[in-house]
Design a protein around this ligand. Sequence first.
Ligand SMILES: Nc1ncnc2c1ncn2[C@@H]1O[C@H](COP(=O)(O)OP(=O)(O)O)[C@@H](O)[C@H]1O
Ligand code: SF4
Ligand SMILES: [Mg+2]
Length: 338
Amino acid sequence: MSDADEPLLRVEHLTTVFDLPGGPVPAVDDVSFEIRAGETLGLVGESGSGKSVTAVSIMRLVQPPGRIAGGRLLFKGRDLLTLDERAMRGVRGADISLIFQEPMTALNPVFTIGDQIAEALRVHGRASRSEASAKAVELLEAVQIPDAASRVRDYPHQLSGGMRQRVLIAIALACRPALVMADEPTTALDVTIQAQILDLLRDMKSQFHLSLLLITHDLGVIAETADRVAVMYAGRIVETGPVRAILQDPLHPYTRGLLASIPGGAPGRRLKAIEGSVPSLGALPPGCAFAPRCPDRFEPCATQPPPDVAVGPDHQTRCYLYDRVPLKSDARPTDAVR
Ligand SMILES: Nc1ncnc2c1ncn2[C@@H]1O[C@H](COP(=O)(O)OP(=O)(O)O)[C@@H](O)[C@H]1O
Ligand code: SF4
Ligand SMILES: [Mg+2]
């Protein structure tokens, strides 16, 4: 593989545990995926599946009792887990930024939005004090906030939820990072505003040449926005593939269930949610974590977690229904199917 083919971020065997009184709980369990230059990877799964912990782990912002217990985070070929904290502070915001779910709590109520954008620029030495306010207006214009030159002096509470989310996107973009992770960026918003924010993210992605990790529990959002999809269940990635393959031919029973539960998701199927809920991560069944809810489970499912297998070009899943070539940890999916 040439350097040009090297993904922007390669997450390898990432494991993040919470040390709780009852024992360590693996919120992210041996997770591997890659984000390529210029693509949008959708990370999807029900609430509690480990999506936010994955993003926070990539930023190395896991708070105790959580800790990253293993794996590698290769960003532009460099393992973020080996950086000292000072170097990591240089990466956060400047190379990789994270847009949190809740736009109200992510902004500081006592500073104007212009000051908060300017601060993001100054922290990374991207603008002097005098340049920063002009750049803040430019960024507000980029995220299509009307009348940016005067809104820049507003405090967060003076803005609507949708406008606050635009400000957070402006802050995330301020230092021109290569990777933006957006954690449920539209979940707290009204449906019409959701569509506008997704449009904006798509525009920003092409205008700023970003790669985007779009985290959502909503496969409908993924369908409209992502190039590839990683489906997460109980701390593990259970299926990855191109968005079209995942939507037209979902293979993992969990992905099928997610798809059947979105309106218009699977033609001819009845709209229904997957029965049951994500099991407690501290007490997962010994085999496939989805087995207690799986309509297709059979005898091997209870023994040990299924391996990752290649099921099509760039498409892989972890399920005993598919017994093709198990992936070696360092093999690319396409190598295994050729
Ligand atoms: N601060 C915490 N303390 C203990 N456990 C946590 C904490 N944060 C997350 N977890 C565990 O990690 C799991 C995944 O959480 P999260 O990544 O927030 O899920 P998602 O974003 O997919 O909804 C939770 O179900 C919980 O078991
Ligand atoms: S491994 Fe078995 S229980 Fe798990 S998703 Fe596949 S068929 Fe269902
Ligand atoms: Mg979350």
